[in-house]
Design a protein around this ligand. Structure first.
Ligand SMILES: *[C@@H]1O[C@H](CO)[C@@H](O)[C@H](O)[C@H]1NC(C)=O
Ligand SMILES: *[C@@H]1O[C@H](CO)[C@@H](O)[C@H](O)[C@H]1NC(C)=O
Ligand SMILES: *[C@@H]1O[C@H](CO)[C@@H](O)[C@H](O)[C@H]1NC(C)=O
Ligand SMILES: *[C@@H]1O[C@H](CO)[C@@H](O)[C@H](O)[C@H]1NC(C)=O
Ligand SMILES: *[C@@H]1O[C@H](CO)[C@@H](O)[C@H](O)[C@H]1NC(C)=O
Ligand SMILES: *[C@@H]1O[C@H](CO)[C@@H](O)[C@H](O)[C@H]1NC(C)=O
Ligand SMILES: *[C@@H]1O[C@H](CO)[C@@H](O)[C@H](O)[C@H]1NC(C)=O
Ligand SMILES: *[C@@H]1O[C@H](CO)[C@@H](O)[C@H](O)[C@H]1NC(C)=O
Ligand SMILES: *[C@@H]1O[C@H](CO)[C@@H](O)[C@H](O)[C@H]1NC(C)=O
Ligand SMILES: *[C@@H]1O[C@H](CO)[C@@H](O)[C@H](O)[C@H]1NC(C)=O
Ligand SMILES: *[C@@H]1O[C@H](CO)[C@@H](O)[C@H](O)[C@H]1NC(C)=O
Ligand SMILES: *[C@@H]1O[C@H](CO)[C@@H](O)[C@H](O)[C@H]1NC(C)=O
Length: 736
């Protein structure tokens, strides 16, 4: 079943193919009989209705088969085009619609060469020898095209000068819609010449030397008039009748006056152009646009180009470019200083309610001007390439809710915050390349902005590939992993390279691995380790401080001691520096350590055993000597607690201390004693005087001696007369 269907199918196809082939043959056989054998010439490529023989330096036109519509014969070498040469086209006389004889070194033509090309629509004779029209053979030949439906005539680069006034003497051009005479040397142009061209839509006179132009005749059908690259100076061409103020250019939509030498944007010369939509005035010598409403009467104007006037334009007044209809305004490459020199008045953009595109590239704008004065809520495209932007304040784009295309490339922006773009929820294109941003916030915009964005270019910034950059790398990977955003980052990864640190110069951002911070986990780990180290160090310091607390105390003590006065000799009233109370069992320490040390420093110490006077009652002796001593050192120990006699001596001393003050007693702890085991008087002693502790370790001993001597000195050097209470006591003692 299926096989049969296939068979039938292929049979049908074969039949159709056969018929099609027959048809072509039928067409060819429609040629005149002497054309049937004409094949595509060896120097040409023929494809269906096209014969392409260009660029062969052919000195003749070869025989062309019939049925050819398009003959491309440019870049050849046919100096003379006579009837003989053209007769090789005979077979296709009735089909040819398009001939290009551009750059064929044509010098002369027979006046009838085109006479039999009755279907010719497009003729290009550009770039041939100037003799061609100097000699008027061109003028005559064109005159024979009146029967053809010629709509496009291209006469570029023929060094035409004033011949232009005569060239269409015989040519009616009743079908002509496009006439191009670019890059000739036309100096004067009067539109009277084209008066008969009643269908002309597009006239291109770009690249001539026109400085005199008369447009009084008018071309009612003209829509595009290209006068760029001429030498029109001072005033723009006058399209408006000086008397009636009317124009015959009633359909003109696009006027290109760029690259002329116009100085004044003189509005009366174009006010009448009510249909004009595009006016290109770039690269003129306009000095200022100060005249009120220079463009306001161009009520259909949508695109105005006032760019590339760096060396002339110095002022734009507030109302000068006011326009309700204007949609695109190009002020780029004017080197205008908006901020400091105020070359553009603040409110210039306030009177452009319909503006959707603004190009301010290559001016000196500055952030604050842009922020305060450009408030165009309908704006969709804002180009601020190379305008010396340094900042991007958060509310910079607050008034651009409809912005879709934003170019901020080649500025000096150093940083910006995620909020800078928060109001741009329709943004599709953002270019921030070639700024000085070292690290982009990650994410650089709020989710709503990211959602709408199709293209984001931030290549060639000053990427600083340190730990912070990891966040950006992560954001980039996140974005690229989103199927809808895979192509969002333009020029990634090649255009994104580290500038700093030096070790990573020119490394692609993608591969940058900043040291010691591969990811946030490591970062966390590192910070953990750091704090642990700090804790440890602190603990070590504490422990060391505890171990060496005595040394430290000693040092502190020494420092304090330095501030005290030196040693004063004893006065007559006191015989001893100190009276020593100690248990008999501690006498070894007392004699070997305490006495030895204190003696060395010339303290006069009273010890019971040594100074005991035989026969005198022991109690009296004790009392006497205590009263003769400036201080009493009490050597506290377990032995002391067990020694009744010692306690007695201490009590006497404590009684004496009531008169002389608590510093009279200097308790010294030889070994730890339990508080429980202390007698009441020892407990009392502890409360009133700070005991000095003894330990076996040498430095502590240094502290011990130092403290002890300080205590001694403090009391010995004390002048008793200083307080009334003590001086009374002294008086009593002296009387005794
Ligand atoms: C035609 O002549 C030019 C200039 O002499 C030469 O550069 C070019 O190669 C020639 N073309 C052919 C196809 O011979
Ligand atoms: C016409 O074309 C043929 C080759 O196709 C050529 O040999 C002949 O010289 C041409 N005739 C003229 C008058 O140019
Ligand atoms: C063009 O043709 C002339 C002769 O007709 C010849 O002298 C010249 O060299 C040719 N030029 C090129 C580029 O072939
Ligand atoms: C042009 O056509 C006419 C008749 O239609 C004919 O007499 C004449 O010879 C042709 N010219 C050329 C150059 O073929
Ligand atoms: C102009 O062309 C004709 C042939 O159409 C020729 O006879 C005449 O000599 C040429 N004149 C000049 C000045 O080249
Ligand atoms: C316009 O055409 C008329 C008649 O066809 C002719 O007489 C006149 O010279 C032409 N004008 C121009 C400027 O070519
Ligand atoms: C005028 O001609 C120049 C040069 O060809 C071209 O760049 C420009 O686009 C043309 N202007 C218009 C409006 O087409
Ligand atoms: C002038 O501006 C028009 C409109 O944008 C543009 O098409 C044309 O190319 C410009 N002319 C030149 C010479 O650039
Ligand atoms: C331009 O308009 C402003 C305000 O409408 C006006 O103050 C100023 O005088 C006008 N300037 C000129 C030159 O007409
Ligand atoms: C403003 O632009 C819109 C199209 O965007 C257009 O329809 C409207 O007419 C324009 N307004 C004026 C005053 O030209
Ligand atoms: C811009 O966005 C902020 C925060 O979303 C909002 O508070 C503010 O009103 C917006 N500004 C405008 C003009 O919509
Ligand atoms: C962004 O701007 C730079 C510099 O102006 C340019 O080279 C680059 O092509 C632009 N990027 C896109 C995506 O247009």
């Amino acid at each position: 079943m299926c096989q049969r269907m296939c068979l039938i199918g292929s049979f049908v196809v074969t039949v159709i193919l056969f018929l099609v082939k027959e048809c072509t043959i039928v067409k060819v056989s429609a040629c005149q009989t002497d054309c049937i054998d004409v094949k595509c010439p060896t120097h040409c490529n023929c494809m269906k209705t096209r014969a392409d023989c260009h660029g062969r330096n052919l000195t003749y036109i070869p025989r062309i088969p019939c049925g050819i519509k398009y003959l491309y014969f440019f870049n050849n070498n046919v100096s003379t085009l006579g009837m003989k040469e053209i007769s090789n086209l005979t077979c296709s006389f009735e089909t040819i619609t398009h001939i290009s004889l551009r750059k064929c070194k044509l010098e002369q033509m027979d006046e009838n060469v085109f006479a039999n090309l009755t279907q010719l629509e497009i003729l290009d004779l550009s770039g041939n020898d100037p003799k061609l029209n100097k000699n008027k053979s061109l003028q005559s030949a064109l005159g024979k095209l009146n029967r053809a439906p010629l709509h496009t005539l291209i006469l570029d680069r023929l060094l035409m000068q004033n011949e232009v006034q005569e060239i269409f003497k015989y040519f009616e051009g009743s079908h002509l819609t496009f006439l191009s005479m670019r890059e000739n040397q036309i100096i004067e142009f009067d539109d009277k010449v084209l008066k008969n061209f009643t269908k002309l839509v597009h006239l291109d006179l770009h690249g001539n030397w026109i400085n005199k132009i008369s447009l009084s005749s008018g071309i009612e059908t003209l829509e595009l008039f290209n006068l760029s690259h001429n030498q029109i100076n001072i005033f723009p061409p006058n399209f408006c009748d000086t008397e009636t103020g009317q124009t015959r250019y009633n359909k003109l939509r696009n006027l290109d006056l760029s690259w002329n030498q116009i100085i004044l944007s003189y509005s009366p010369n174009w006010n009448c152009l009510k249909t004009l939509e595009t006016l290109n005035l770039s690269r003129n010598n306009i000095e200022d646009i100060t005249r009120n409403y220079s463009f306001a009467n161009l009520i259909s104007l949508k695109t105005l180009i006032l760019s590339e006037m760096k060396s002339s334009l110095r002022k734009i007044r507030k109302h000068a470019i006011e326009s309700d209809s204007l949609q695109h305004l190009d002020l780029s490459r004017n080197g205008l200083n908006f901020e400091e020199r105020k070359e553009v008045e603040n409110d210039v953009f306030h009177y452009l309610p319909n503006l959707t595109l603004l190009d301010l590239s290559h001016n000196e704008i500055g952030s604050s001007f842009a922020q305060t004065t450009i408030r165009l809520s309908r704006l969709e495209t804002l180009i601020m390439r190379q305008v010396s932007l340094r900042e991007l304040p958060d509310n910079f784009f607050e008034h651009f809710q409809n912005l879709k295309h934003l170019d901020l490339s080649i500025n000096k922006i150093v940083q910006f915050s995620i909020n800078a773009f928060r109001n741009l929820t329709n943004l599709k294109f953002l270019n921030m390349s070639e700024n000085d941003i070292s690290n982009f916030p990650a994410p650089p915009f709020p989710p709503a902005t990211l959602k709408s964005l199709d293209t984001f270019d931030f290549a060639d910034n000053s990427f600083q590939c340190e730990c912070e950059i990891i966040k950006l790398q992560k954001w980039i990977n996140d974005v690229l992993s989103d199927p809808g955003k895979q192509n969002m980052l333009s020029r990634y990864p090649d255009g994104y390279r580290c500038l700093k640190p030096e070790s990573m110069y020119h490394v692609p951002l993608k591969n940058a691995e900043p040291n010691n911070c591969n990811n946030s986990y490591t970062q966390l780990l590192i910070s953990g380790i750091c704090s642990a180290i700090i804790c440890l160090a602190f603990t070590v310091v504490l422990v060391v401080a505890f171990i060496y607390r005595w040394e430290i105390k000693f040092l502190l003590h020494k420092m304090r001691q330095k501030r005290c006065n030196g040693y004063n000799p004893l006065t007559d009233t006191f015989e001893y520096s100190s009276y020593l109370v100690y248990a008999e069992k501690d006498s070894a320490w007392v004699i070997h350590d305490l006495l030895k040390e204190l003696k060395e420093d010339k303290y006069n110490i009273y010890i019971r055993d040594r100074y005991s006077v035989p026969g005198v009652a022991r109690c009296d002796e004790i009392v006497d000597n205590i009263y003769k001593s400036k201080t009493v050192i009490i050597v506290l120990s377990k032995n002391f607690m067990a020694c009744q006699w010692c306690n007695y001596q201490m009590n006497v001393a404590q009684a004496r201390a009531i008169k002389l003050g608590p510093r009279f007693l200097i308790p010294v702890i030889l070994e730890g004693i339990c508080f429980k085991n202390m007698t009441m008087s020892v407990q009392h002693l502890f409360r009133t005087s700070k005991p000095i502790e003894w330990a076996q370790r040498s430095t502590k001993n240094r502290l011990f001696w130092s403290e002890l001597k300080t205590a001694l000195d403090a009391e010995i050097n004390q002048e008793f007369e200083e307080t009334g209470y003590q001086s009374f006591d002294i008086g009593q003692v002296s009387r005794d």
